[in-house]
Design a protein around this ligand. Structure first.
Ligand code: R5P
Length: 300
């Protein structure tokens, strides 16, 4: 088994270590006209190949890299080719908000299917009007969640008087599960979006002073900043923010003026403090060995 990546070295190395697999970086170069050149540094023949890459920091480029590398691995004789795509791009455009718009969430699966991947493993995908990825994919897609990792981080670092905050109704299941693991109370807010950069947050009656805001995505930072402003009006004084997929490092500077923020290594950044490699290695092992959960537990 070989775990490959283009840019997510830390996460891919951790996954490889936990699977007892080799690790290798895929070579990428560009021709003068910007066409991409891709080469494996290890022979994928007769191996199970895992390609780890989040579709962010230039998502369109990452999609092409994934397409070229997965098809090449198959041509070179790989057994199974698995895509580990912690952040699955384009899921937010899940309906035509205006006439004649492209519904990207329904197109991306068609592109990924043409990669001939045997399976895709992804982390806390952004699902709103589409309830499950099986509605839009016709290949096996495993929707994994890092709630255990976040819950354990909170357990280690926070006292029980902090309150978990979910900024919108879609965050409810995630926050409720983290609340069960961490033993902290939680509230779910209401969010109304007025375009890509503007949101308004509505807060129910609540008492508390310390808030841990948890969101799946940080893009412009607008959701977190508006949430903090509204919580302040209700008497909250201390804030901490945990993000699963950090899409914009520039936005960290903006959010930091309001609170400390950390993220998982779904996307590797300077503030990736929660490792999600276990989530993937555990499920991949189960998928490849088709062993029952108890036997897999013994391997870890
Ligand atoms: C949206 O519903 C997501 O859960 C996030 O709240 C949103 O994508 C964050 O984006 P931004 O940082 O631009 O407010």
């Amino acid at each position: 088994m070989i775990v490959f990546t283009f840019s997510q070295v830390k996460l891919a190395k951790n996954i490889a270590k936990k699977l007892g697999a080799k690790f290798s970086k895929i070579e990428v170069n560009y021709f003068p006209d910007n066409e991409v050149y891709i080469r494996f540094n290890k022979n994928p023949k007769n191996k199970d190949v895992i390609i780890v890459e989040s579709l962010t920091k230039n998502p369109n480029e990452k999609i092409i890299q994934l397409l070229f590398s997965s098809l090449t691995a198959k041509e070179l004789g790989a057994k199974k080719v698995i895509g580990v795509i912690p952040y699955l791009a384009y899921m937010r455009q899940d309906k035509a908000f205006k006439k004649y718009e492209c519904i990207s969430a329904k197109i991306l699966p068609k592109i990924l299917e043409s990669c001939k991947l045997d399976a895709i493993f992804t982390l806390n995908p952004h699902l709103h009007r589409i309830k499950s990825l099986s509605e839009i994919f016709s290949i096996p897609v495993f929707e994994l969640s890092c709630e255990k990792e976040i819950g354990e981080y909170i357990n280690k670092n926070f006292s029980k008087d902090w309150i978990l905050i979910g900024p919108d109704i879609e965050s409810k299941n995630l926050i409720r599960n983290i609340s069960e693991i961490s033993g902290l109370n939680y509230i779910i807010l209401k969010k109304k979006r007025f375009g890509a950069k503007k949101v308004k947050i509505f807060i129910p009656k609540v008492k508390g002073e310390k808030a841990i805001i948890i969101d799946d995505i940080l893009s412009t930072g607008g959701t977190i900043i508006e949430t903090i402003k509204e919580l302040k009006k209700k008497g909250f004084k201390k804030f901490f923010c945990i993000i699963i997929h950090l899409l914009s490092e520039n936005s960290i500077k903006k959010v930091r003026k309001y609170c400390k923020v950390i993220s998982t290594n779904s996307v590797q950044t300077k503030i990736s403090k929660i490792d999600v490699s276990n989530v993937f290695s555990y499920e991949i092992k189960r998928y490849l060995t088709e062993k029952p959960i108890r036997e897999i537990d013994e391997l870890f």
